[in-house]
Design a protein around this ligand. Sequence first.
Ligand code: HEM
Ligand SMILES: *[C@@H]1O[C@H](CO)[C@@H](O)[C@H](O)[C@H]1NC(C)=O
Ligand SMILES: *[C@@H]1O[C@H](CO)[C@@H](O)[C@H](O)[C@H]1NC(C)=O
Ligand SMILES: *[C@@H]1O[C@H](CO)[C@@H](O)[C@H](O)[C@H]1NC(C)=O
Ligand SMILES: *[C@@H]1O[C@H](CO)[C@@H](O)[C@H](O)[C@H]1NC(C)=O
Length: 317
Amino acid sequence: MATVVAVFSSLLMCSMFFAIGNSLSLDYYDKSCPGAESAITNAVKQGTIKDKTVPAALLRMHFHDCFVRGCDASVLLDSVGKNTSEKAGPPNLSLHAFFVIDNAKKEVEALCPGVVSCADVLALAARDVVVLSGGPTWDVPKGRKDGRTSIANETRQLPAPVFNLSQLQQSFSQRGLSVEDLVALSGGHTIGFSHCSSFQNRIHNFDITHDIDPSLQQSFAASLRSICPAHNKVKNAGVNMNPSPTTFDNTYYKLILQGKSLFSSDQALVTSSTAKKLVSKFAGSQEEFFKAFVKSMIKMSSLTGGQEVRKNCRVVN
Ligand code: HEM
Ligand SMILES: *[C@@H]1O[C@H](CO)[C@@H](O)[C@H](O)[C@H]1NC(C)=O
Ligand SMILES: *[C@@H]1O[C@H](CO)[C@@H](O)[C@H](O)[C@H]1NC(C)=O
Ligand SMILES: *[C@@H]1O[C@H](CO)[C@@H](O)[C@H](O)[C@H]1NC(C)=O
Ligand SMILES: *[C@@H]1O[C@H](CO)[C@@H](O)[C@H](O)[C@H]1NC(C)=O
């Protein structure tokens, strides 16, 4: 029996950007490629053993994929000549670990050629890295198709770290995602690394009256400034997202309440009472955070958009 997952009808109505064409199901590969999920999990584990920054990179990669043209693996396509792909677009800082997806895809192609889409490989890998980092697990609906288009310029559609709450809400609601989804998914920032450029607006020339964002806790701001001076010459300088950057927990929300979040877009989550209540709830209960995160990840990763099952995730068929 096909366990067809109702792909949120509200999302169908609200989504301005994506036609939701593929219906997803939990047992999509049960007959056509029963070994797919464990092969992908294994490739993700091997990749993480080689490089402990892999989990954060793959979680962010899936988010970037879903927010541009839906979760259609457009983020994985390489540029072709002058046609530069999303990989070459501006917010590409720290997008890496493509080798893990290449390896996972190779494994599933060996098991069942031409069956498992790159978009599904990435969605499953994003779940696996959360689990590997100590976060919650969930069943991933599958059946996404891969797109044939990836345009560097379209990465402008991604929310920026300088966004305020209304800009963030607009970006999410255009994709059928709510304020609760925004607050829960931002919890992805509990793992990983950020370059100085992503938060420099808060620590130098913040506004006419403040050099430093007054919502930043003072000693935290000072430490960020020492690592990221105004005319930073250190290539790739930056900081971990938090003191436990490889552990998926609710530290992110606790830090926001202490004025120790990195981005304006993180701090923005306490600028309305609705959003702030959610931040406080997740700071107070890791269980509530995990429940909400799973629900919102399934929603985000159900924004589909592709047409084919690519043979090689870097090039269209
Ligand atoms: C709400 C809007 C969001 C904004 C404005 C935003 C912005 C950013 C920025 C600027 C970075 C740092 C990039 C760098 O300097 O290297 C980053 C990193 C990251 N983001 Fe987000 N993000 C958002 C939502 C999300 C979501 C929904 C997820 C996943 C559920 C996510 C997961 C991550 C992860 C895991 C990293 C660390 C990447 C690494 O270490 O390689 N972000 N984000
Ligand atoms: C570049 O993009 C254009 C328009 O999307 C397309 O017609 C053309 O075939 C592409 N060129 C290559 C080399 O892929
Ligand atoms: C990232 O984007 C910048 C700006 O568009 C570009 O110069 C750079 O080559 C890109 N990096 C990668 C790895 O594609
Ligand atoms: C990129 O997109 C913007 C609109 O979002 C447009 O104004 C601009 O001309 C585009 N640039 C290129 C190089 O296509
Ligand atoms: C958010 O930023 C936009 C664009 O800069 C601005 O028009 C809007 O007034 C800002 N909203 C708030 C509540 O600050």
